[in-house]
Write a protein that binds this ligand. Structure first.
Ligand SMILES: [Zn+2]
Length: 59
């Protein structure tokens, strides 16, 4: 069965973590939501490098 769960498309900017909803707009910031079936984060995520740097620093 296909998932109806959607995720806020602007969560990178508006929230600390993905906001999941069944609605077509984010209940929190009102942004459009996207189907969550594809990866909830973008492989070209501009924060990816920052996250990796953070991981290194925590070692
Ligand atoms: Zn949102």
């Amino acid at each position: 069965m296909k998932s109806d769960i959607r995720v806020c498309s602007a969560w990178h900017e508006a929230h600390d973590r993905p906001v999941y909803t069944l609605s077509e707009s984010c209940p929190d910031c009102g942004a459009e939501t996207a189907n969550s079936a594809p990866a909830p984060f973008d492989p070209t995520d501009p924060h990816g490098e920052y996250r990796r740097a953070l991981k290194r620093r925590n070692r």
